[in-house]
Write a protein that binds this ligand. Structure first.
Ligand SMILES: Nc1ncnc2c1ncn2[C@@H]1O[C@H](COP(=O)(O)OP(=O)(O)OP(=O)(O)O)[C@@H](O)[C@H]1O
Ligand SMILES: [Mg+2]
Length: 351
């Protein structure tokens, strides 16, 4: 390759409502956003975390790369949702090779799926605080068919998926790339159209991750169940479009109901954290994904958790040339670009 490093890649976030792609380059000015593209996809193409219509989605990915003139074919993609489980476990101290041989067995008790249906990865975190003969290990298990679905999809689109990441990790990476980690506890939460990723950091380290099947699409479904309309119409109504089908009051009730559900689920995760670390307090919640745009959600979450709720800007520390990008558009979609930007910060030879 003449230009660029061999380990260079593009972040490709295949969401259920839109696909995002970002490329970052290191130049004299520092880390720079070289390419960014986003395209909405029809509902149903990706559903319940699996790819329903790979040919169509692969075509859309190809078009996206073409439209934004992206030549790089090495990509980092991510899986998320209920098909992924990330957990800190404690095992007897052993070498990485030994753990490689026994991880299936160790993992079995923590995974609610059949162990033969999952891809397992792990990272040794270090000695356990309370028992020096044991070590803490970060266990990552993802359903094999879901991972294969997304790998096949990327390949079908002509891409070379060199990194298969997890949404919650990508979120942590983009947060760290943009913000100083103070000695604090915070929750990173990405609320998309159909899934929510949650990652709680304690003193800068992830101590709890959970993905749940909640998202903004729930609002569309509630609108559809109340008025006779298509998903696209429901989307317009949701985003405040003029309609005589649904009163402002009814829309507001629907949104209230859905965001209350989200807050309950988030509270549950935070309570889990508090049961392990009763002395600690989560002071900040950083939101991303389309759900972060919902003001009422942010307000309710702040009240329910007594935390400061902020929206992430994944471009904060990156140079974004205003001659190449429409800055107001970039600002508008910024929360939705977080996972994609997190993927774009990876290198092809990362583990
Ligand atoms: N201001 C807003 N109010 C309500 N909903 C919004 C707003 N802005 C974006 N959304 C919703 O956010 C969703 C898109 O968010 P995002 O791009 O994070 O999802 P996705 O990555 O495609 O989905 P997923 O990660 O769940 O597969 C859509 O349902 C969209 O309607
Ligand atoms: Mg998403």
């Amino acid at each position: 390759m003449l230009f660029g490093k061999k380990d260079h890649l593009v972040g490709l976030d295949i969401g259920s409502s839109s696909i995002k792609v970002a490329e970052i380059t290191e130049v004299k000015k520092g880390s720079t956003l070289a390419k960014f593209g986003m395209i909405n996809i029809a509902p149903g193409l990706i559903e319940d975390g699996s790819v329903k219509d790979p040919e169509t989605v692969a075509d859309i990915i190809r078009q996206l790369f073409k439209a934004y003139n992206i030549k790089e074919r090495n990509v980092a993609i991510a899986v998320g949702g209920y098909s992924v489980i990330v957990k800190k476990i404690v095992v007897q101290t052993m070498s990485e090779e030994q753990l490689q041989d026994t991880i299936q067995f160790e993992a079995e008790q923590y995974i609610p799926f059949d162990i033969t249906d999952v891809n397992i990865d792990f990272q040794i975190l270090g000695e356990n605080e309370s028992n020096p003969n044991q070590m803490n290990v970060l266990l990552v298990a993802a359903k094999t068919d879901v991972v294969n679905d997304f790998v096949n999809l990327a390949q079908m689109a002509g891409m070379n998926p060199c990194i298969i990441d997890v949404d919650a990790f990508a979120l942590q990476n983009i947060f760290e790339a943009n913000y100083e980690l103070e000695n604090e506890n915070l929750a990173l939460i990405d609320i998309g159209a159909s899934k929510t990723s949650l990652n709680i950091l304690k003193d800068g380290n992830s101590v709890f991750m959970r993905d749940v099947s909640l998202g903004c699409g729930q609002i569309n479904q509630k609108i559809i169940s109340l008025v006779d309309c298509s998903f696209e119409e429901a989307e317009e109504i949701k985003l405040g479009g003029q309609t005589n089908k649904l009163s402002m009051e009814d829309l507001s009730d629907i949104i209230s109901g859905v965001v209350t559900d989200w807050c309950t689920e988030i509270r549950r995760a935070l309570d889990f954290f508090y049961s392990t670390y009763p002395e600690d307090q989560i002071k900040r919640i950083i939101l991303s994904g389309g759900g972060g745009n919902i003001k009422e959600f942010r307000q309710l979450l702040a009240v329910e958790t007594s935390a400061t709720v902020q929206i992430i800007n994944p471009f904060e520390n990156f140079y974004v040339d205003d001659e190449r990008f429409d800055i107001s558009y970039i600002n508008k979609i910024a929360p939705q670009a977080s996972i994609c930007m997190g993927l774009a910060t990876r290198k092809a030879d990362d583990k």
